[in-house]
Structure formats: structure tokens, C-alpha cells
Design a protein around this ligand. Structure first.
Ligand code: HEM
Length: 441
């Protein structure tokens, strides 16, 4: 029957192991080679996924992001995150269940509400800046991780007594440790029980239990708080949220969404910030503009350009369901994953003029890249829920740090991208030197 016919785009015939290594060792170069050799839509195969399809143009990305969420499923594609985030995480769900959770989670991320987080972001920034050594080399990445974890904890749980939050932070970092290792994603894959480093798995499960214990305790405490109705932190809002049938979220759902926000919300933003500093500190023109009190619009363009040239997450996935999916002249079969390659699209010379140059100006004015061309936060009904939160935080932190701290890069060469888990991080953690004590806050 014609409707059952399927066809795969062309792609390398290299053994899966070789393709896996290419993805781990030199993903950007491998993708460029694939695109130049096979075109804008390519079939690949690795040790983790026998056959999947990558797309490399804004036009094809548009087709993916605009397809029905029933046909192209992101939740299924994110299954690897299940052991950490839980099966009821908005990242893991599809269809009506996904929509329900997403609607419940949206209000705390409403644009206006972001502004309320500004003071928390400034305080957290000042706290880390004040610990930096003068005249000594240090990496910015851990400082940014600490800062963004503090911010997301405060946004999620509100201003709370110190010790419990310190312990919660420690347990969040402990659980996600395997995710941020170089081959961390493998550890997660192992958790499916297919292959295994039993020791690492056991440690992961224990760390998760310890985190869950505290999260459930926080949920219980908050449920019985007398000022619940007046509180504006995310947990309090989620406790009061009702779906269309008037039902509240269960404790299990709350746990999964809280962990999702803590995990998705801090490592990504910290990485984005570290990259932004690596780029700005090496660009006297942009650095001077931000230090001289550039407009919000300009700092926003700096953040966008940093996320373009150094995307934190190199690609997103969607699994085909409900029969073959037509794209780019092919009929991709049921069960196969389609991946828009964020990193490749962001660096195409025919999509971005002077693609290798850091030029925030490209985001100012009428020709700014559209929502299928600039895609660091994915797109469609699955676009990152924290995109406004993250870009707002990046603007606030970038501005504050550059106003207060006379930082310079510790070496002449820019940091190198390295894949860690699902993110692309600066290999050396963006090493810098603070030239003199920071200006007063
Ligand atoms: C620079 C920082 C960040 C980057 C680069 C980033 C990137 C992404 C990407 C690529 C996706 C997948 C989108 C898709 O499949 O189309 C995503 C989803 C998501 N992100 Fe982010 N993110 C960042 C910060 C945040 C923050 C701060 C939060 C929360 C506070 C957050 C929460 C989420 C959630 C809940 C989803 C799942 C949305 C859904 O499936 O409906 N992210 N993010």
C-alpha cells in the first residue's frame, strides 16, 4: 500500500560505532561534513539510536516545529532524562498529558512575573562576585552554576531559611552530576538496564532518593503554610493551580515538575552565561558598549548572539508516530527520531552572514533572525518554558558582572566547546582574572 511506503534520506554508511565517536569527539565537524556530502536532510546511526534523521535548514525546522504534536513527539525523544526528572515531567510527556502539565506550569513564567526575579538575580550575582580572588586565574563556569542554582531555587521555593536550601542545593547538584560528565548521557542510558556501570547507577539512585526526600518534605510543608494564597514562588503557585477539570497536581507530578525546573533551569543558563562571558570579554567593542550602560535591547542582542554562536543544547528531537512523516521529499517511518540540528543551522554561512563572527547587531533591526532560524530554545508547542527567564537572567547577570568586575580572559585563545551530557560546555570553564577588587554593589 502506498501510504505504508517509507523512504530514508541519504546518509553516511559508516559503522554505528564510528558515527558515535564522531558525535562525541567532533560533532560540529561531523555535522558539517554530513551536510556538505548528503544535503539538508540526512540519516545517521549511532550506538544509541540505530537510525535517525537530522535536518539542517530553517525551512525543514519549520515543518518539524509546526507538525502536530501527536505526529512528532518530543516527550518520547527526551526519554533518556526520565530516570532523573521522572515520568510525569513536562519534558517527558506527550499529547494531552503534556499540554495539561505545560498549561499548569506557564503562569509562573509569564513575562511580567520575570521582573519580580530581578532582585534575586542581582543579589545572587553580587554574592558570587564578592568571593572572586583578585589577580588570580579562576574558572567562571562553577561561579555561574552556583549563581543560577541559587536563582532557580529562590524562584521555585521562595525566600526560605538558609540551611534547608543549602542542603537542597547540594542534593540537586549531587543527583545531576552524572548528567554533566563528559559521557554522562551514557550513564543515563545505562540506567535503562541495557548496559551498565552498576556502581554509578546505584549512586545515582541513592542521590535521587535523597533529593526526593527533601522535595516531598518541602511540598508537605508548603501545603500546610498559612500564607499559601499570598505567596508568589513557583511551588506555591503550582500547589494552587487547577487544570481544566478543576484538579490540582498530585505530589508525584509536583516532584517531577520541580526537579525538571531545577535541573533544566540552572545548568543550561550557567553554560549560556559562561559562553557569553568568553565571547564578550574578547570583544573590546561589545564589552565597552555593555560597560557604558547599553540599552536592554542591545544587551538582549548580545545574549541572543551568544546563544546563536555557542548554543548550549546542540539539537532537539521528535519521534515520528501515527504512520510515516513526510519531510523534505522523504517518508520517515514510524518510531524514527527527527532532529533539528541547532548548532549546524546557527553556523551556516548562507543562513547567517559572517556566521563565525560575534555580531550582536544582527539581532537589532528588521532583519533579525526568525523563530526557525534562531532556535537555541527549540520551538513549537515544546519551546523551552524557561526561555524568557533564562534570557532575562543572562541580561541581568551579564550587565551586573561587567559593571562591577574588571575581568579579563586568562588566556589568548577562546575556550573550546566540549560535549557534556546533553549540553555543550566550555572545556576549560572560561578561565578569567579579576584585575582589581570589584566596584561596590
Ligand atoms: C540558556 C538556558 C536554556 C536553554 C539553552 C534551554 C534550552 C531548551 C531546549 C532546547 C528545550 C527543548 C525544546 C524543544 O524540544 O523544542 C528546552 C525545554 C524546556 N526547558 Fe529550557 N533552556 C534553558 C533554560 C531553561 C530554564 C531557566 C528553565 C526553567 C526555569 C527551562 C525549562 C524548560 C522546560 C520545562 C522545558 C520543556 C518544555 C516542554 O517540553 O514543553 N529551561 N529548553
Amino acid at each position: 500500500m502506498a501510504s505504508a511506503e517509507v523512504s530514508f534520506p541519504p546518509g553516511p554508511r559508516l559503522p554505528a560505532l564510528v558515527q558515535t565517536m564522531a558525535f562525541i569527539v567532533a560533532p560540529a565537524r561531523f555535522m558539517r561534513w554530513c551536510r556538505e556530502r548528503y544535503g539538508d536532510i540526512v540519516t545517521l546511526g549511532t550506538a544509541f539510536d540505530q537510525r535517525f534523521v537530522m535536518v539542517f535548514t530553517p525551512e525543514l525546522v519549520k515543518e518539524v516545529f509546526r507538525a502536530s504534536p501527536e505526529r512528532l513527539r518530543a516527550g518520547e525523544a527526551n526519554a533518556l532524562l526520565g530516570p532523573a526528572l521522572g515520568q510525569r515531567s513536562v519534558l517527558l510527556l506527550d499529547g494531552a498529558e503534556h499540554l495539561r502539565q505545560r498549561k499548569l506550569l506557564l503562569p509562573p513564567f509569564h513575562g511580567q512575573r520575570m521582573l519580580e526575579y530581578a532582585s534575586v538575580m542581582l543579589e545572587a550575582t553580587d554574592r558570587v562576585v564578592d568571593t572572586w580572588p583578585v589577580g588570580e586565574e579562576f574558572p567562571l563556569m562553577p561561579a555561574m552554576q552556583e549563581l543560577t542554582l541559587e536563582v532557580i531555587m529562590r524562584a521555585v521555593f521562595g525566600v526560605e531559611a538558609g540551611e534547608r536550601q543549602v542542603e537542597l542545593k547540594r542534593r540537586v547538584r549531587a543527583m545531576i552530576q552524572p548528567l554533566s560528565r563528559r559521557l554522562g548521557i551514557l550513564v543515563l542510558a545505562f540506567s535503562g538496564g541495557r548496559m551498565g556501570d552498576r556502581g554509578a547507577m546505584a549512586r545515582f539512585v541513592k542521590n535521587r532518593e535523597q533529593l526526593d526526600e527533601l522535595i516531598y518534605a518541602e511540598i508537605a510543608r508548603r501545603r500546610s503554610a498559612s500564607d499559601l494564597a499570598e505567596r508568589t514562588d513557583i511551588l506555591s503557585m503550582l500547589l494552587q493551580a487547577r487544570d481544566e477539570a478543576g484538579e490540582p497536581m498530585t505530589d508525584g507530578e509536583l516532584r517531577d515538575e520541580l526537579v525538571t525546573l531545577l535541573v533544566a533551569g540552572h545548568e543550561t543558563t550557567a553554560t549560556g552565561l559562561a559562553w557569553a562571558f568568553d565571547l564578550v570579554l574578547r570583544d573590546p567593542r561589545v564589552l565597552a558598549a555593555v560597560r557604558a550602560g547599553a540599552t536592554d535591547e542591545y544587551v538582549d542582542a548580545v545574549v541572543k548572539e551568544a546563544l546563536r554562536i555557542r548554543p548550549v543544547i546542540p539539537g532537539v528531537g521528535r519521534v515520528v508516530r501515527g504512520g510515516p512523516f513526510e519531510i523534505g521529499g522523504y517518508r520517515v517511518p514510524d518510531g524514527v527520531e527527527i532532529n533539528p540540528s541547532i548548532a549546524t543551522i546557527h553556523t551556516r554561512g548562507d543562513v547567517y552572514a559572517d556566521a563565525s563572527r560575534f555580531l550582536p547587531e544582527r539581532f537589532l533591526g528588521p532583519d533579525a533572525p526568525d523563530t526557525y532560524t534562531w532556535i537555541p530554545f527549540g520551538g513549537g508547542t515544546r519551546r523551552c518554558l524557561g526561555a524568557s527567564f533564562a534570557t532575562f537572567e543572562m541580561r541581568v547577570v551579564l550587565r551586573r558582572v561587567l559593571e562591577r568586575a574588571a575581568l579579563r580572559p586568562a588566556s589568548r585563545r577562546p575556550d573550546r566547546p566540549e560535549r557534556r551530557g546533553i549540553t555543550i560546555v566550555p572545556k576549560r570553564g572560561v578561565r578569567v582574572v579579576l584585575e582589581r577588587p570589584p566596584a561596590a554593589a
